[in-house]
Design a protein around this ligand. Structure first.
Ligand SMILES: Cc1cc2nc3c(=O)[nH]c(=O)nc-3n(C[C@H](O)[C@H](O)[C@H](O)COP(=O)(O)O)c2cc1C
Length: 298
């Protein structure tokens, strides 16, 4: 008993030391000298945020080499002539009328998950893709590929992949909150429209370009550029009375890229089933925000 009372202060001291060491270790990265931190970081010169971040998205299957010599320098490219530009100018009252009409057209756009199998002429789809290709892009790199699938078997293969992954997404990957947020839209992993819609448009972003000489070309802001082109594509569909639902099937990118035999620099961004709405199509009764909620005049 006497021995224990003598040892107690020693034990407390040892315990304090252990806790102190553990605490200091847990804070070590914040308190280590700046030079040590820098040694762990990639050299600033080699860091291309608009490329590297895209390459490390979850659609990546193969690892790409990071050799600087593989990339083309901007000044290797040709200079461009500049030409006059004078688009049509409208009187203000016509501008007002056109702005209202276009808003009214676009305000009728809805994501439609019930699509008719009725055929749509290919030439209309061609024009819609051409329209999407008018989008602005970082340094005019046009980093998009639109795969237009009408082949029945390929559509079915796409459906099998998407449904298999989506079931895992809904049951495991998305989490309760996400699944709960989607419940009111009545979406789930069954995607009948992938078989039924006359066209599936799979939009790939080209994370970087590959030139004829095999060198890689930086595609600045490629995801933003392709997203803008998708917005224009949606407007072009709406303009001719066709419908789609914007989908970004989580974790399906690599398998769909391989199915469609696309190169490793292409990453799936969106999957758009396209056609006429089914005769009995319904949509959730959503409301859109008012102007005051989305615009801040200063
Ligand atoms: C980036 C993005 C991803 C989306 N992904 C899905 C999806 O995977 N499945 C789906 O049914 N709808 C998807 N939607 C559609 C939205 O649910 C829909 O746009 C939203 O509910 C508003 O409805 P509205 O398009 O009819 O205005 C997506 C929309 C966007 C913009």
């Amino acid at each position: 008993m006497a021995l224990l009372s003598v040892l107690t202060p020693v034990l407390v001291l040892v315990l304090c030391l252990v806790v102190g060491i553990l605490f200091l270790k847990s804070r070590a990265p914040e308190t280590s000298p700046r030079g040590a931190d820098q040694a762990k970081e990639p050299a600033k010169k080699d860091f291309r945020p608009w490329v590297d971040q895209d390459l490390h998205d979850d659609t990546e299957i193969t690892t790409e080499g990071g050799d600087e010599d593989e990339w083309v320098e901007q000044d290797e490219e040709k200079d461009l002539a500049h030409v006059p530009y004078s688009p049509r100018r409208y009187p203000e009252e016509i501008m007002l009328q056109r702005s209202k009409e276009f808003y009214s057209l676009m305000n009728q756009r809805r994501s439609v998950r019930f699509i008719s199998p009725e055929p749509v002429p290919q030439e209309i789809i061609d024009n819609i893709i051409l329209t999407a290709g008018t989008a602005p892009s970082g340094a005019h790199t046009e980093p998009w590929t639109f795969i237009v699938v009408s082949d029945l078997e390929t559509k079915h293969q796409i459906r099998l992949i998407v449904e298999e992954e989506e079931e895992v997404n809904y049951r495991q990957r998305m989490g309760d909150k996400w699944v709960h947020d989607l419940a009111r839209l009545r979406t789930n992993w069954i995607k009948e429209y992938l078989d039924v819609a006359p066209y599936l448009i799979l939009v790939f972003k080209r994370a970087y370009g590959i030139l004829p000489n095999g060198k890689k070309k930086t595609h600045y802001y490629n995801e933003i550029s392709v997203s803008i082109s998708c917005g224009i594509l949606l407007a072009a569909l709406q303009n001719v009375g066709l419908v789609t639902v914007t989908t970004t099937p989580l974790n399906c990118g690599p398998r769909l890229r391989l199915l469609l035999k696309r190169p490793a620099n292409e990453k799936l961004l969106m999957l758009l089933p396209v056609g006429y709405p089914a005769a009995d199509a319904t949509v959730p009764d959503l409301k859109r925000k008012h102007l005051e909620e989305i615009m801040v005049p200063i």
